[in-house]
Design a protein around this ligand. Structure first.
Ligand SMILES: Cc1cc2nc3c(=O)[nH]c(=O)nc-3n(C[C@H](O)[C@H](O)[C@H](O)COP(=O)(O)O)c2cc1C
Length: 373
């Protein structure tokens, strides 16, 4: 710690213009074409994390959110870092209590639109800076199911405590890979460190379009074009938290249906349901049609591009206890298939699972991980 305190006095920043010269714009363009929407969230007290974010966003297409403490002008390092220590002690004493976390400015941005989130945070006394802990504590449920990466900036201390804080605060996310540690001695080389790190990350691939969801049965995912009504908006919000799996049963030789396990707002009207229609019945049941029926329903959407006979086979017409997953992304199923069937050597595959051609740049799957080549 003494070494850290002494060295902090001589801490210097890097030459930003030198770094810009190293930027390869093709990586940024190719990543943007292939990966889902990314948000970079950061807090920075003495500007190192801000510099890291500037370098990072010169490599990937991302929106940026800066977390700010509600109380301005505080000096966390004053009196031997007394205030920083006090804030962390309060969290450590009672980590499940919202009152233990220092207040931050309200964040209005909705995380629903992002599939990937990269957190950039300073280390304070071997922990995550208290201000960033507040944001993660408040937004954990919104981040559930998202792909999350972590960059930690410290003077010299190792980052395992910050990684532990991140895992405690965000128990339900998918970590994109190992956290990246940038410290005073390698801060000036951050462009290449970030470049290499990005190549190891498991980004969520697909852009979520707000008029689509996916129905997966027995590993086969089919897209559904959604209506725009209060029921589908509530359903999308639900699916942004996590996919929903329901058990449906065949009925009347025209549908599979069953309880959603939660209610959605209804816009009921007399509907003559057609094959492929996805319908809300009585506010809390989902019906998926392979035949026709007339009833007072709320229309949710329609399965894209399957004929009546294909629908019968996809929906397991006539069977009971059919496990049906509703989700916003279809890539889980297809990437699993690629992993199990094709990833036995160092070959690269496209995200669609075909063998990549030599020399082509882009995002590929190699040994089960997405890599930027
Ligand atoms: C309250 C406080 C505590 C800190 N504790 C440590 C520490 O234990 N070890 C360390 O290496 N750096 C420590 N630092 C230094 C920061 O981690 C480092 O300067 C980091 O790059 C700051 O990022 P920022 O400039 O974006 O705020 C501390 C800084 C503050 C303000």
């Amino acid at each position: 710690m003494l070494l850290f305190l002494a060295a902090m006095l001589f801490c210097c920043c890097s030459d930003e213009s030198e770094l810009k010269a190293e930027v390869k714009t093709d990586v940024k363009a190719e990543a943007a074409a292939n990966i889902g929407k990314t948000l970079v969230v950061y807090y920075s007290y003495t500007a190192h994390c801000r510099e890291i974010v500037n370098t990072l966003t010169s490599r990937i297409e991302a929106d940026v959110l800066e977390i700010q403490p509600a109380q301005k002008g505080l000096r966390y390092e004053a009196n031997g870092y007394a205030l920083g220590t006090e804030l962390l002690n309060a969290i450590n004493d009672n980590p499940d209590d919202a009152n233990s976390y220092p207040a931050i400015d309200p964040v209005t941005i909705s995380l629903g639109q992002y599939q990937n989130i990269i957190i950039v945070t300073p280390l304070w006394w071997s922990q995550m800076a208290a201000i960033m802990q507040t944001y993660l504590f408040q937004s954990a449920s919104q981040m559930a199911g998202k792909h999350v990466g972590l960059i930690v900036s410290s003077h010299s201390s190792g980052i395992s405590g910050v990684v532990a804080d991140a895992k405690r605060l965000l128990p339900d996310v998918t970590w994109m890979g190992e956290a990246l540690w940038i410290n005073a001695s390698n801060h000036s080389r951050r462009a290449s460190l970030i470049e290499n790190w990005l190549g190891t990350l498991d980004f969520a691939t697909e852009q979520t379009t707000m008029d689509k969801m996916y129905i997966t049965i027995d590993g086969q995912a089919q897209s559904v074009t959604l209506e725009d009504n209060t029921a589908t908006r509530a359903l999308l919000e639900r699916l942004q938290q996590a996919p929903v799996t329901v058990t449906l049963n065949s009925s009347g030789d025209f549908e599979i249906w069953g309880a959603l396990g939660f209610s959605l707002p209804t816009n009921n009207e007399q509907i003559y349901a057609q094959p492929g229609d996805v319908i809300l019945y009585n506010g809390s049941n989902i019906c998926i049609f392979y035949g026709t029926n007339s009833w007072s329903y709320t229309r949710l959407g329609k399965i894209d591009g399957l004929s009546e006979s294909e629908l019968r086979s996809f929906l397991k017409a006539g069977e009971s206890g059919i496990s049906v997953t509703l989700s916003l992304r279809s890539d889980q199923a297809s990437i699993n298939t690629v992993k199990s069937e094709k990833l036995k050597d160092n070959s690269c595959f496209t995200l669609q699972g075909t063998l990549a051609q030599a020399g082509h740049k882009g995002i590929y799957i190699k040994n089960g991980k997405k890599v930027i080549l």
